[in-house]
Design a protein around this ligand. Sequence first.
Ligand SMILES: NC(=O)C1=CN([C@@H]2O[C@H](COP(=O)(O)OP(=O)(O)OC[C@H]3O[C@@H](n4cnc5c(N)ncnc54)[C@H](O)[C@@H]3O)[C@@H](O)[C@H]2O)C=CC1
Length: 484
Amino acid sequence: MNVQPIASHFIDGQYVEDTAGIPLPVIYPATGETIATLHCATPAIVDRALAAAARAQVAWAAMTGTERGRILRRAADIMRDRNHDLSVLETMDTGKPYQETSVADATSGADALEYFGGLAGSLTGEHIPLPGGDWAYTIREPLGVCVGIGAWNYPTQIACWKTAPALACGNAMVFKPSETTPLCALKVAEILTEAGAPPGLINVVQGAGEVGAQLVTDARVAKVSLTGSVPTGKKVYAAAAEGMKHVTMELGGKSPLIVFDDADLDDAVGGAILGNFYSSGQVCSNGTRVFVQRGILEAFLQRLTERLQTAVIGDPMDPETNFGPMVSEAQLRIALDYIAKGVDEGARLVTGGMRIDKPGAWITPAVFADVTDDMAIAREEIFGPVMCVLDFDTEDEALTRANATEFGLAAGVFTCDLARAHRVAAGFQAGTCYINSYNDAPVEMPFGGSKLSGVGRENSKAAIEHYSQLKSVYVRMGRVEAPF
Ligand SMILES: NC(=O)C1=CN([C@@H]2O[C@H](COP(=O)(O)OP(=O)(O)OC[C@H]3O[C@@H](n4cnc5c(N)ncnc54)[C@H](O)[C@@H]3O)[C@@H](O)[C@H]2O)C=CC1
């Protein structure tokens, strides 16, 4: 498969190249090979994309929601039809196994396009009766030009989760994928254009932080939605505040997963595997602090170790493979450094955590036991396949320790006691919680974090609030009574 795109950027309905930009090699993480070379956007490219978006947005906003929605739903159908090719490309971009990308990336992107396409026609204001026969009404208006900035772990999904609600509400989008995974967002723009999105409505420009910063500070931009780390989020939030722009921040986490000793052991182990090793651990909402009640601890570790031996680590394109490489050599280094630190800190490495001796960014899934709350591996986001198991005695203790973090993205609980499950969910300081499950992200459910993990919500009806604003119109039915 030739993954070199026609050109680096997608602007005003077509592919655009500017070789004056810094070269951007795309590395296949499974082999370390360079599979394409793109160019970062020059200031002229950024300007062109923003100008196209500003122009296209006006006519798009004048269409009815039903008309806009029809185009989004058509794009969803095209995306589903091309799921195989899009999944292969996502695997090349990220290294994630095809077994995952074929069910979790373009499919989730298509879900978002379909969901917000369906919602678009129902977006309205409201009528508000007031004293004396006066009344007011509200008009739900788009924000204007939105900028989306993506992380590298879910390039197709992130592009769709931001673009679908933005377009449904009548906005235009300029999207900058992560410089590590620049390929898939171009396909999203191509498909939307094929589905009927007018030129300029969806634009993709490549580049690293400098290009992102240029987009965020441009006066034509009304809203910025970032998926990335907390340090980047702080910078982008501050830059957006200068122009009083709307923001959505989907940032990092160090989420807790509490397993009580009455939990179904295999379900709890399954949840911990999904919450730590899916996408080689490179998932923002991962439950990397697994609190296991002392009575079930040894059984949990034993079952977990047994099941990890059955992981199929190998060629990501092989449909049998269920654990691929990490996204890059740099990200692998970060994970290996944390593993060394965990050993130094006195945690017990139960299994995995070894670099696999072959080209590419390969590591075996790691589990630490005897982890304590103060260790760096239990406090800092690693963003790799490193699970920390901590033991506890009481519900109060587990909840207090689970919440003792600056992050608040996700949290999960495994128990067969229904009342306890809901009590613990109510007590979690996190935006996205799970009972007897982990890491599900259906488009119908709000997704996002509290505390340092972010502001705003993606997906669901809640996202509409973050891509539109209300105009209030007061209507006086009688005479105007002025004091003089
Ligand atoms: N909450 C969520 O939904 C998700 C959060 N993440 C988080 O993303 C992080 C991993 O992704 P990375 O790509 O390494 O994050 P990152 O923070 O390094 O980069 C994210 C994006 O921001 C851009 N960027 C960097 N500096 C910028 C600046 N000054 N102005 C504008 N844009 C800038 C980058 O080019 C990239 O496109 C993890 O912390 C992870 O938890 C990842 C996926 C989902």
